[in-house]
Write a protein that binds this ligand. Structure first.
Ligand SMILES: NC(=O)c1ccc[n+]([C@@H]2O[C@H](COP(=O)([O-])OP(=O)(O)OC[C@H]3O[C@@H](n4cnc5c(N)ncnc54)[C@H](O)[C@@H]3O)[C@@H](O)[C@H]2O)c1
Length: 327
């Protein structure tokens, strides 16, 4: 039997990247995974690190020279046919405090990955973009062709700039690219996000939960199992040279207060923990307070999510409480 070409996953020690690497290894692919472990961890790769088809390298993807040489080295060992670029800064607020974070981890990582791919002649890129590229468009469900795109965070700006780089590469040398505009994705291994924040806050102050913002922010949430299902579905079924898709639930989302109440109930059932809300409609600068997707484009290809936002939150809360209890 011939060995399949390898798949490269950046951000492999993170929430989505680690799940994706596991899936490809289980499907029989050799997987090269790069991560600088700034936000991901080796624990997220447990079981994979010792797997014969998985090779991990600690690399800072904003370092052009390191990316090029380490990538070419992997490619010469087993030819890489696909790149899944999942690495980025996943903490929007930290990129507001220091814009160089998103320049480096969100934009330069994409620039350098594309540069290495061009050098090696890799034909396919899958890219984790974000709803943040749309900015704040209010209540109406967002379609992929809405415009102008005016992000309100440096993170969103650097994701949009990355999409633009990919578009230019497709025009020039890249055979095919898929851009996934993720919504808020939840589940385990959780590395960041509102549920993890709440669970950790409750560990510090068990009698009270402090919530950033009024709690009325309403957003769409997708469980990571649905997300992974959607992106591998698009890999098999989207035929455009440059495909770009919203991925999300079919509803208008749930409020932050729903998430706070669900988390409090899971951490200490019936304990009557006080939830304290702020006054602002936004949790922080760059936060988009209301957001839902129109997912007709991916629906038309035949994919739909298993869980709506509320059930995704209920499931993820249970998983994240368990994750934190085992630390
Ligand atoms: N989780 C979500 O809700 C969500 C929403 C929209 C978009 N996304 C995008 O999906 C992708 C995966 O997100 P995630 O939730 O798994 O985040 P994550 O933080 O768990 O994973 C990102 C990984 O990238 C790594 N990384 C960051 N900068 C790096 C660098 N310079 N060099 C090497 N590695 C680096 C981190 O260490 C981390 O392991 C990201 O591109 C993110 O922007 C996620």
């Amino acid at each position: 039997m011939s060995v399949p070409h390898a798949i490269f996953v950046s951000g492999v020690a993170g929430f989505v990247g680690s799940k994706l690497a596991r899936l490809f290894v289980d499907r029989g692919y050799p997987v090269f995974g790069f991560d600088d472990l700034s936000r991901g961890s080796r624990e997220n790769l447990s079981g994979l690190l010792t797997h014969e088809r998985f090779i991990f390298e600690k690399v800072d993807l904003s370092d052009a020279g390191a990316v090029r040489s380490r990538f070419m080295n992997c490619h010469s060992r087993i030819p890489i046919s696909e790149v899944w670029h999942m690495a980025a800064n996943s903490d929007i607020a930290s990129g507001i405090a220091d814009p160089s974070v998103d320049l480096r981890d969100t934009f330069l990582s994409t620039f350098n990955v594309l540069d290495a791919m061009k050098e090696a002649g890799i034909p396919f890129l899958a890219f984790a973009s974000s709803s943040a590229v749309y900015g704040d468009l209010g209540e109406a469900p967002i379609r992929e062709d809405v415009g102008p795109l005016l992000p309100i965070s440096n993170y969103g700006a650097m994701k949009l700039a990355s999409e633009a780089l990919i578009s230019a590469a497709v025009e020039d040398w890249l055979d095919r690219a898929l851009i996934f505009r993720f919504p808020n994705v939840i589940g385990v291994p959780a590395t960041h996000g509102v549920i993890l924040d709440f669970v950790r806050k409750l560990r510090g102050t068990p009698n009270k939960l402090n919530v950033l913002g009024s709690g009325r922010q309403r957003k769409a949430y997708l469980h990571v199992d649905d997300l992974i299902d959607a992106i591998v579905y698009l890999r098999a079924n989207a035929s455009e040279r440059l495909g770009y898709y919203n991925i999300g639930p079919e509803d208008k989302g749930v409020t932050v207060s729903f998430i706070a109440e669900t988390t409090v109930e899971a951490v200490a059932p019936g304990a009557g923990i006080e939830i304290e809300y702020g006054v602002e409609d936004r949790g922080w600068t760059g936060d988009v307070p209301r957001f839902s997707y129109d997912i007709a484009k991916i629906r038309a290809l035949g994919w739909r999510p298993q869980l709506g936002s509320a059930d995704a939150v209920r499931k993820a809360v249970v998983e994240i409480v368990r994750q934190e209890a085992n630390l």
